[in-house]
Design a protein around this ligand. Sequence first.
Ligand SMILES: Nc1ncnc2c1ncn2[C@@H]1O[C@H](COP(=O)(O)OP(=O)(O)OP(=O)(O)O)[C@@H](O)[C@H]1O
Length: 648
Amino acid sequence: MELEKNEIDKKKKILIVEDQFIEAHDLQLILEKAQYEVIGIARSVVQALTFIDEEKPDLVFVDIFLKGTETGIDLAKKLHEKHIGFIFLSANSSRSVLEEAKKTQPYGFIVKPFREQDVLITLEIAFYRHNHGIESQMQQENILRESIDAISCQPVKWEQALLQLARLFQTYIPFDYLQLEPVHNGYSPTGLLRKDFENYEIIDADKIAKISGKNKSEIDEIQSGSPKHEFPKVYYDQSFREIFQNSGFVRLIAATFGIRSFMVLPVRMGEDVFNFSFFSRNSDAYNNEHLQLLTKLESKLAKLVSNLHNTKKKQPNIITNKKVDIDQMSNGFSSMVGNSQKMISVFDYIKRVAPSDTSVLIMGESGTGKEKVAQSIHNLSPRKNKPLVVINCGAIPNNLAESLLFGHEKGAFTGAFEKRIGKFEAADGGTVFLDEIGEMPMDIQVKLLRVLQEKEIERIGSSSPVKLNVRIIAATNRNLEDEVAAGRFRLDLYYRLHVFPITVPPLRERREDIPVLVAHFITIFSKTLGIDEPAVSDHALTQMKAYDWPGNVRELEHVIHRSMLMKDGNLIKDIILPNFPKNQGEEKTQEFSIKTIHENERDYINYILKTCRGKVSGAGGAAEILNIPASTLYSKMKKLGIKNNPLL
Ligand SMILES: Nc1ncnc2c1ncn2[C@@H]1O[C@H](COP(=O)(O)OP(=O)(O)OP(=O)(O)O)[C@@H](O)[C@H]1O
């Protein structure tokens, strides 16, 4: 960890925010002994902010529970906005507090009473994460800059370039609808609506008119009557509700595509302004980091737009409203399928993390596809032509673990007749996938930490370490935080691995994926069995969608295999489902997670009503936004059992 040691040599400035005198003092002694400069001890958030303004600290230790009206979590939110790293100190590790605290993105947690070594290791990790964060932000910016330049220089059509841009942005700034629109020249936008992981539909003004049921002149009017965006801004929660009320245009887009947050960057090109608007169906899709990244790209985007605009003028006959396959390349996803929003997010994360050397921690229940995710990351990385070595940490006998992972020299122990290369060395240049990392023995965890930190291993019986270049991907179906709390997993290792977490959702939370997974497994098994692909009856599909899938995708795979062996003719009529009691050990949210049209309609009306604070009729009311008479809305609400609460 050379980087951290050098940084420590520069005497990092640390602020302690802790109202317990003895604990604050102990911490100060530990830090000063380790050559950190403690700039002060604040007893409250107000005091802390004064210290922060006067002497910008490099890192802050924050007690979660502080005297006064504001807690350590309130301070953490402010530190996050100021890009100052912080570590929480807490005696209380209740899950709800931990969840709240985690949302503020701390660099670490220390549970009181703390030991000196816990403090120092957590600090090292914190500085590593801080530097790593800055590094990866710069990497993202560089990749985007270069790629936008590359798109600008290509002699491609306007829509093709936009699709490339959408694909590029999606990895760094997620969106469901991206719109590029000149501000002064009437309403002639080009929008891209995400259909699934790789497909976008081009939406122009005619299409918006068609989908929203308004004519073009009405839309022009809405557009010209809506406030213009002067500055780059993120709109979510309250600010989204306000702009929703004030801007007919935002209401139109939100109602047409089910949008709940957005971010806009006005790109200036001389007198002209061109808005880049990213819309999402998630209410918390965008943050200030996204905005900063986007703002830094303004000049590149201006150049791109002026190039594209010129191309567009020369090509009046562009084809719009066409579903375009954005990525003709093979996607590298190790034959993973899924088109639910949740799996599309997983694919986005994979694509984003694959090119770097960042460690990845994949979490999810057994059989959800964690190993597939690891394979995909490897296949999409520059290491793809080097080995991917899979190690099942739960299956290694304790006494053999070290030799198996790190190798041994000849004669290192009784029975070591020959020198043996360990799994890590075998993966040099490639990736090590540590499956079931939660089951790794404690003494091996220490050695793994060393591989991660110092990038070297030592074979048993050898006194000289071997330098290694491996990327670590780990997976677990256990809750590692619980394992840490129970003393079975090292906190420092957890933080080292948790740099880029990906959670693979259980199948019961993405039942929309069942038809594509079924089709996928049918194709595979038909090939191996040498038979024609059978059809699946509606009844069988309904059975599968209603089942809880405690064994996730692996269980679905087995069920399809069994059903194909027992099928009647060329049709799978019934599915033989294992006799698991429903809800076994798992929380069950709904009988069917795929919603009916009525349920969707009810959710959407409820959402609009909430946005309009319960106002049904008149200007700015839900009926106006939904573009239906108020009487129709009232009868729909009655039919769908919607009770309006004007205080919402
Ligand atoms: N999205 C997917 N598309 C296609 N096949 C999948 C998908 N997800 C999982 N599978 C298949 O389901 C089976 C289980 O997947 P995998 O082994 O990756 O799960 P896992 O989460 O690593 O399981 P475990 O926790 O038991 O190690 C495999 O045969 C895999 O090919």
